[in-house]
Ligand binder design. Structure first.
Ligand code: TMP
Length: 207
């Protein structure tokens, strides 16, 4: 099962993801907690360029996110999911393809349908079974950041387009997405997620 967490800056995705991972492990699942960009050695190197490099052309930025994704999906996510007892395996991923559609598409203005095709290429068609949108007002999220990176420093209008973009994407594919109010406590969000997943992730079991 492949579950992704998306949202604007400062939504608390990583905290919630770590807590959900712990609870699912306690239930006996094999859980891989991971993220984009930044998993594995290649991912870490790409993340460093993306978040702390200097001036990066938007197309170069796009291809770096896609390179990170292709490597992550093929070298880390798929191998994990295809090991023995695959029905018991859960990948929790902090950001994935939807972030490209939203940040490079809705917020930067690149062609969204083109981005969906490029994502398809990068993931070889892997689509999350469930995506949680941790939604919150941009001022609240940005106010939570301690050490802003290259993308955090974009103007507030950029971050507003990010928030609206995520909400539009969630609305477009309602079966896959669940929208959560990320102004609530992490503990509350974790309970909502576990309730949505059902006793053994039953609500998402592949047929
Ligand atoms: P993070 O700090 O939440 O891990 O995300 C890294 C930054 O990269 C965040 O500002 C969102 C941005 N991003 C994109 O612009 N496009 C993408 O495809 C991904 C995965 C992240």
């Amino acid at each position: 099962m492949f579950i992704t967490f998306e949202g604007p800056e400062g939504a608390g995705k990583s905290t919630v993801l770590a807590m959900v991972a712990e609870r699912l492990r306690a239930r006996g699942h094999a859980v891989l907690s991971t993220r984009e960009p930044g998993a594995g050695d290649v991912g870490k190197a790409i993340r460093e360029i993306l978040l702390h490099g200097g001036d990066i052309h938007p197309h170069a930025e796009l291809f770096l996110f896609l390179a990170d994704r292709a490597q992550h999906v093929e070298r880390i996510v798929r191998p994990f999911l295809s090991q023995a007892h695959s029905e018991n395996r859960i990948v929790l991923c902090d950001r994935h393809a939807d972030s490209t559609v939203v940040y490079q598409g809705h917020a930067r203005g690149m062609d969204i349908e083109e981005l969906r095709r490029l994502n398809w290429l990068a993931t070889a068609g892997l689509v999350p079974d469930r995506t949680y949108l941790l939604d919150l007002p941009v001022e609240v999220g940005l106010g939570r950041l301690k050490d802003p990176d290259r993308l955090d420093r974009e103007p507030i209008e950029f971050h507003r387009r990010v928030r609206e973009g995520f909400r539009a994407e969630a609305d477009r594919e309602r079966e896959r997405w669940r929208v959560l109010d990320a102004t609530q406590s992490p503990e509350h969000l974790v309970e909502e997620i576990l309730a949505d997943l059902g006793p053994h992730g039953a609500s998402l079991a592949r047929e």
